[in-house]
Design a protein. Structure first.
Length: 402
């Protein structure tokens, strides 16, 4: 009798073990096939991660519930045909307990596998982000795969890395260019200081020449540093803009008069100077206007023509500066507002300048919600057109037309 019970117990254990392996294999196979099909569908459509995880567990539960139900029905049916009626309740309890336990194990195993699969991109993104450093900003997160929040997050991170990389490159280039610009006047000052130290103490001509050169280079350095500080304040958004209403035509008349006083080698005039009011920082707009006019004077041969016009068009104040100068090559036009950019190194050095003027002018116009358009042809001249928002607080009838 004991041998018979032992045999029955071992046989029952083996049957349960084999049944478990068979059920697990079948469920795993069905789950893998369903996962592939589900993956194909969600890659074509956009579902949130919450939806994917919820749908995975709901379908997994339905699949397991169906299999457990089939197992319970088949087991109970077998007992009905071969067992005694008095043991129905006990047998049913045992069958339910066994299949519930098996189902729980399968749900834990397959559920954890599904969760790891859905959250695998997070682990991959974390690893990639840990590898990114200031020396390796060119790495990007993989944005392939399903269209869900993780893909949006990866794309957002890539966009942020793109901006950081561009900012670092600009900063490095800016520091390098600034160092180069400061090195030249320092070298000149050092050279003349050495000249004074050797011969200038007793030679008045050498002394005067050295002092003049040192003063000039010191002024150039001061101008460069002021421009660098201006751009640095602008980058940090601490450059003050004191906006007020004023007449743009009066500012243009003022700049025209001052320009004619300091330059007699060019023909400078204004064909149209309508009464236009804008709300802006008068000093900054004047500085931007001077930068553009200065540029025209530098690159327009003696006897050339420079015309400054202003008028109102389509709800904006339009200001144009046209010259008959040497123009700008098409390949250089997209870069003329870059800091320290020089279309012609030798020409720029000969005419002076730091390569920061146009960058400052663009910052001023941009921070007044303005637009700048440039047309130029080599040996044909350049036209710069600036648009600024109008101010309607002042009436044009208050000031007579010039």
């Amino acid at each position: 009798m004991i041998r018979m019970l032992k045999f029955l117990f071992i046989s029952l254990f083996k049957i349960i073990k084999v049944s478990f392996y068979v059920i697990f294999y079948v469920v795993n196979l069905l789950f893998s096939l369903w996962g592939r099909l589900f993956g194909i569908v969600i890659n074509k459509l956009r579902f949130s991660i919450t939806f994917k995880i919820t749908a995975t567990y709901v379908l997994l539960f339905l699949l397991l519930f169906s299999l457990i139900s089939v197992g319970i029905v088949m087991s109970f049916d077998y007992h009905l045909q071969n067992g005694s009626p008095q043991d129905y309740v006990v047998v049913l309890e045992k069958i339910l307990g066994i299949f519930t336990f098996l189902g729980l194990i399968v749900i834990i195993l397959l559920g954890s596998k599904a969760s790891r699969k859905h959250l695998l991109p997070v682990k991959t993104m974390t690893g990639t982000l840990k590898e990114i450093s200031i020396q390796e900003l060119d790495k990007r997160l993989d944005v392939g795969g399903a269209k869900d929040e993780l893909k949006d997050l990866a794309q957002t991170c890539n966009d942020m890395l793109e901006r950081i990389e561009l900012s670092v490159e600009q900063q490095n280039r800016f520091v390098s260019d600034a160092s180069h610009e400061l090195r030249t006047p320092l070298a000149v000052i050092q050279g003349y200081a050495n000249l004074l130290d050797r011969w200038g103490k007793d030679d008045k001509i050498v002394l005067d020449e050295a002092v003049t050169a040192i003063k000039g280079e010191a002024e150039n350095m001061g101008e460069l540093i002021e421009k660098l500080l201006f751009l640095a304040r602008g980058d940090r958004n601490v450059q003050s803009i004191e906006a007020q209403d004023f007449y743009l035509n009066e500012l243009i008349e003022e700049v025209l008069k001052e320009t004619k006083l300091i330059d007699e080698n060019h023909f400078i005039d204004s064909e149209k100077n309508e009464v236009v009011t804008i709300n802006a920082d008068r000093k900054l707009i004047k500085e931007a206007l001077r930068i553009f006019i200065d540029n025209s004077l530098k690159y327009t041969p003696s006897g050339g023509h420079i015309r400054i016009n202003s008028y109102q068009k389509k709800g904006a104040a339009v200001l144009s500066i046209a010259d008959s100068g040497i123009g700008i090559a098409a390949k250089d036009l997209p870069h003329i507002f870059d800091r320290f950019y020089r279309a012609d190194e030798s020409r720029t050095k000969k005419s002076g300048g730091t390569g920061l003027g146009l960058a400052i002018a663009k910052w001023i116009i941009d921070n007044h919600q303005g637009k700048i358009m440039v047309w130029s042809e080599p040996q044909e001249g350049t036209i710069i057109r600036i648009e600024l928002p109008l101010s309607h607080r002042l009436s044009t009838s208050q000031v007579p037309v010039s």
